[in-house]
Design a protein around this ligand. Structure first.
Ligand code: LLP
Length: 383
């Protein structure tokens, strides 16, 4: 990903910053678009993964819709020119203000997560003489076999309507003149690398679609969410295998004629196109441990501190790849969890070297914070 030319260019820039490789982003988007089109599937980009404008503009230009989880994400999607008919609004805690604004914006649909939320949307839509399109987010109780902090589709999770609440949901839909039922929605978790999980999801989607049809509902949309993982251990494996992913849904979903299948991919589209570039401030060689102290910390990239997430770390100032010293790579924040990697094998490192923390395009820049009164994280783009 990085050539010597890149390194010289980085040397001019103040660190830390997210470097976005827009050519790789485009390649990833194109690959996903082609694979989805082969099956006639629709993709809504999960904007929470990264709402950097330069990325959003590319994603919109590829023809994808937007999956939003807050009123501000809905506003941002509209502002960046996403088609309102391709904007969906999910989230377990939509406020009245957010619902009203989304109704005013005439977005495609609300992914509704409880019976009470159905009642509130019905009431607010009625006041505006509008009919809100809704899909029911169902919690299918499918284990995604991913980190427990990013699992969402089990009975113990707060997301979606549980199976035992579906009769009440169906009643609420029948009684609500200001709601139009369009389909069912699922999202079982993130960073899913075992694709068999999606076969289990398809079985559940088929069952729940039939459940609604048996009760007289037309299920026009099957929204199966996102979650496709990326290879953090091998960032060179840059474009995810979208063809195999979509094929599972093509093979296992019992799609009816005129039914649309929707996806909400975030990480798989943007994860590999970025690295966090940071400068080595200090090297501390101890008896038991060596530390590299970077100018980036958990305030710039929170994933390792929050989920013990692995990101590959490279010293990009060194040409010699053979040298090997083990370092704990840490940031400057006053927290012991402010650590990007323990016992990381790197070339012998000096103050001033540049380090790349790879695969940071998803849930990186957007989860940065001002803790310790840190500055806004900087960004740079390459093509
Ligand atoms: N749809 C819904 C309803 C979601 O909740 C999410 C992610 C997605 C789609 C997109 O999932 P993706 O394709 O990106 O896996 N901050 C965590 C990830 C949280 C994911 C939240 N929901 C991380 O850094 O790993």
């Amino acid at each position: 990903m990085f050539s010597n030319k890149d390194i010289t260019q980085f040397a001019e820039l103040e660190t830390p910053f997210y470097y976005y490789d827009l050519a790789l982003l485009q390649q990833t988007l194109d690959s996903c678009a082609v694979a989805a089109k082969n099956h006639g599937f629709h993709v809504h980009y999960a904007m929470k993964a990264n709402f950097n404008h330069r990325l959003l503009d590319r994603i919109k230009a590829t023809g994808f819709g937007a999956d939003c989880v807050s009123g501000n994400e809905v506003k941002k999607a509209i502002e960046r020119g996403f088609d309102r008919n391709q904007i969906v609004f999910a989230g377990v805690g939509k406020s009245d203000r957010e619902i009203n604004e989304a109704l005013d914006a005439d977005i495609f649909c609300f992914n509704v997560e409880s019976v009470q939320e159905l009642e509130v949307i019905n009431e607010l839509a009625a006041k505006k003489n509008k009919v809100a399109k809704v899909a029911i987010r169902i919690n299918p109780n499918v284990d995604a076999y991913t980190h427990h902090n990013i699992t969402t589709g089990l009975d113990e999770n707060k997301f979606g309507v549980n199976a035992w609440d579906l009769p009440a949901c169906a009643d609420a839909l029948r009684q609500s003149a200001s709601l139009e039922f369009v389909g069912i929605h699922f999202h079982i978790g993130s960073q899913i690398t075992n694709l068999d999980v999606y076969k289990s999801l398809c079985v559940k989607v088929n069952e729940f679609a039939t459940w609604f049809e048996d009760r007289g509902f037309v299920v026009r949309i099957l929204n199966v969410g996102g979650g496709l993982g990326i290879d953090y251990h091998n960032p060179e494996q840059q474009v995810p295998d979208f063809a195999s992913y979509f094929k599972i849904f093509g093979d296992f979903l019992e799609k009816r004629d005129n039914q649309e299948v929707h996806f909400e991919l975030g990480r798989a589209l943007v994860g590999q196109c970025s690295s966090l570039i940071s400068k080595v401030l200090y090297v501390k060689n101890g008896k038991k441990k060596n530390f590299i102290i970077l100018d980036a910390g958990m305030t710039e990239l929170m994933r390792p501190a929050l989920y013990q997430a692995y990101h590959q770390i490279e010293n990009i100032s060194k040409q010699d790849v053979s040298a090997a010293v083990k370092y704990d790579v840490v940031g400057p924040i006053c927290e012991s969890t402010d650590c990007f990697g323990k016992e990381v094998l790197l070339q012998e490192t000096q103050r001033g070297d540049l380090v790349a923390i790879r695969s940071t395009g998803a849930y990186g820049e957007v989860m940065s914070s001002h803790y310790n009164l840190r500055e806004n994280v900087r960004v740079a783009f390459g093509e």
